[in-house]
Design a protein around this ligand. Structure first.
Ligand code: ADP
Ligand code: MG
Length: 653
């Protein structure tokens, strides 16, 4: 008994174009048995291709039923239909439908990619098939380097890649010269002899004459169905009946990964073919990522520099001022900070060092030089508290303070002004009316709040009180907090301590911590602002990517159709375009990071005092961001591609 493979009952195909309904097939009844070589013949426009597409599950009947091996196709999902096209049918088209950018063996491999066959096995099978079809030396050729007959043989090899139990050939010789046409016909007959069921569409009776059974179609109706005598001699059922639907279920992780890898390769090829376009598309992403990463690095660099500067002047210092706050009108009159406050603070456990500050402007004289500057009375701990370093000589000690000594430590500005070519140590400088012996010179100070321009001379505060100001009140007290104490806690303790001592809160404090936080907040605001601009650039870039992906889908509609015809699932197509979009954005992201690094190199050439500091977090965020942009803006075009109807897509040129 011959086995019934394909069975059509009352199949109609109605095309709707606008209001109009065109019925192309008018209720076809047809049975095709295993091992047959069937020719479907009819005039152009009679509905042969329409019928063929329904038989090959590329198209669906509008009415009627179609059973394959006893399974009704109307119940199958689109993935199951794709599995049938992939594993059961092998399509051969009049115009070959090869992918122009892939070589012969890669074209042959496509159905096996979607079936999840391993790389090496795929390659081996493809080469074997091409050898069997006489193209052993052409495996690396592109379709454009092959003749029509050779291209058709490549497409036959592709049809056989996953088995090709039923070969559907729609005018396979239509575009070929007589000789090549004969060869292709010969191959089809051989395949039939080897057990493949072959269905051949043609408008040429001389070709149909080679078939065992000839079905004639006219205007969408079967008008004759003739089986030759020798039909009985068909060897029956050589390729065993396959369970195509089960094969779809085999989804190992390895096969999934393989398909992903192939989609990646395809996306890469597509990108490389349009290098310039891809680069321009990436530009928005590159600029956006570069801006974000650079600004974050700049902000990091700035706050790192401030942190370093502050720790160099003593990380944990708290300055105490009289009054309620800055700008307190009475601050000068309030005379609340006294020397005995200083002595009391010195003995608190959270205090590491303490120094008062009494300031008075004055005119300095030395030799014939004269300049105005500021005299600051401080304690012997001032250098330690402020983290000042001496260039030469020494800072005054406790003895100097106790003995109200007339000694002075100069800053760099004063030294340069009065002793440009001379060692000042041991010289006597006149501060206002007070002659002092210079015992030390400070190193040049780089403060985070700008370098100083004025001349500054430090003398023991006792000398300042006794010989210059004459009052016992202090302008401020600076406290160095002991390691292990937090600034905030110490600040609170100081406020409480002095408020109790004075019976009222008549002082206010300023901590180096607060300054640091203010600066960090400022850079944070700046980062946020520029990041907003960068986000806009990224969105614009993303829209660019979406636009170019939509163009790409339109351009490659035919390719999508071919891939679907040989068994790609909707998800395969979606994946391929999504990967392409992500890849564009991701490479854009990495280029952006590289550009930002370039910016930092240029930046370091012009700005010595600080450098850009890249944080791994900002780079990870940038990469994640560009991937997300790829997903978000690539999804719509990819979805469009996956939604395409294989028949429509194939018809596109
Ligand atoms: P054949 O392959 O026998 O030359 P087809 O099956 O391609 O014929 O087409 C049969 C008829 O269906 C033709 O008249 C054609 O115009 C019509 N047809 C084919 N595809 C469509 C379509 N997508 N929309 C409307 N009409 C179509
Ligand atoms: Mg046709």
């Amino acid at each position: 008994m011959r086995k019934l493979l394909l069975s059509l009952r009352g199949v109609k195909r109605i095309y709707t174009s606008g209001e109009q309904k065109i019925e192309v097939l008018h209720g076809i009844d047809l049975d095709i048995y295993q091992g047959e070589l069937v020719a479907i013949i009819g005039a152009s426009g009679s509905g042969k291709s329409t019928l063929m597409n329904i038989l090959g599950c590329l198209d669906k009947a509008s009415e009627g039923s179609y059973e394959i091996d006893g399974v009704s196709t109307s119940t199958l999902s689109s993935d199951q239909l794709a599995a049938l096209r992939r594993n059961y049918f092998g399509f051969i088209f009049q115009r070959y439908h090869l992918l122009t950018h892939l070589n012969a063996s890669s074209n042959v491999e496509i159905p096996a990619i979607y079936a999840g066959t391993s790389n090496s096995e795929r390659r081996e099978n493809a080469v074997k098939l091409l050898e069997r079809l006489g193209l052993g030396d052409k495996t690396g050729h592109l379709p454009s380097q092959l003749s029509g007959g050779q291209q058709q043989r490549v497409s036959i090899a592709r049809a056989l890649m996953n088995g090709g139990h039923v070969i559907l050939a729609d005018e396979p010789t239509g575009a070929l010269d007589t000789k090549s046409g004969k060869e292709v016909l010969g191959i089809l007959k051989e395949l039939n002899a080897a057990g493949h069921t072959v269905i051949l569409v043609t408008h040429d009776p001389s070709i149909a004459a080679h078939a065992n059974r000839v079905i004639e179609i006219r205007d969408g109706n079967v008008i004759s169905d003739v089986t030759k005598e020798d039909q009985e001699q068909l060897q029956d059922g050589q390729p065993e009946s396959i369970a195509p639907l089960d094969q779809n279920m085999i989804k190992s992780f390895g096969a999934l990964f393989m398909r992903f890898k192939e989609a990646f390769k395809m996306a890469w090829i597509a990108m490389v073919t349009h290098r310039m376009r891809t680069l321009l598309t990436m530009l928005g992403i590159i600029i956006g990522i570069m801006a974000v990463v650079s600004v974050v690095a700049l902000g990091n660099g700035a706050s790192q520099k401030v942190t370093n500067d502050i720790s160099s002047i003593g990380t944990n210092t708290i300055t105490i001022y009289p009054g309620k706050d800055w700008g307190d009108m009475r601050a000068n009159k309030i005379q609340t900070l006294k020397v005995n406050d200083l002595d009391a603070l010195k003995h608190q456990e959270y205090v590491d060092g303490v120094s008062p500050s009494i300031q008075q402007g004055g005119t300095f004289h030395y030799d014939s030089y004269e300049a105005s500057g500021r005299i600051t009375g401080v304690s012997e701990q001032f250098a330690k508290v402020k983290g000042l370093k001496l260039e030469s000589g020494r800072f005054f000690d406790e003895e100097h303070v106790k003995s109200i000594a007339q000694v002075a430590v100069l800053d760099q500005n004063t030294k340069e002004k009065f002793f440009p070519n001379e060692n000042p140590i041991g010289k006597v400088i006149l501060l206002g009316k007070l002659p002092c012996v210079v015992i030390g010179v400070l190193e040049k100070q780089d403060s985070p709040f700008g370098g100083q321009d004025n001349l500054e001379v430090y003398i023991p505060y006792t000398s300042a009180i006794a010989r210059i100001t004459g009052s016992r009140y202090l302008n401020s007290i600076v406290v160095k907090v002991r390691d292990g104490w937090s600034n905030a806690v110490a600040e609170q303790l100081i406020v409480n301590f002095l408020s109790i001592r004075h019976g009222a809160k008549d002082i206010f404090t300023n901590s180096s911590d607060t300054i640091l936080k203010t600066i960090q907040k400022t850079t944070g605001t700046m980062t946020l602002l520029v990041s907003c601009i960068a986000v806009i650039s990224l969105i614009v870039g993303g829209i660019g990517v979406m636009n170019i992906m939509l163009v790409s889908v339109t351009e490659r509609t035919k390719e999508i159709g071919i891939r679907m015809a040989v068994g790609a699932r909707k998800s395969d197509i979606l994946q391929q375009f999504l990967i392409e979009a992500i890849l564009v954005c991701l490479i854009g992201g990495f280029l952006g990071i590289a550009c930002s690094y370039g910016v930092s190199v240029i930046f370091s050439m012009f700005v010595q005092s600080m450098s850009m500091v890249f944080s791994p977090l900002s780079i990870v965020a940038a990469v994640t961001c560009s991937t997300l942009i790829g997903v978000v803006f690539g999804y719509l075009p990819a979805k469009n591609a996956a939604r395409l109807d294989p028949i429509d897509a194939l018809a596109r040129e």
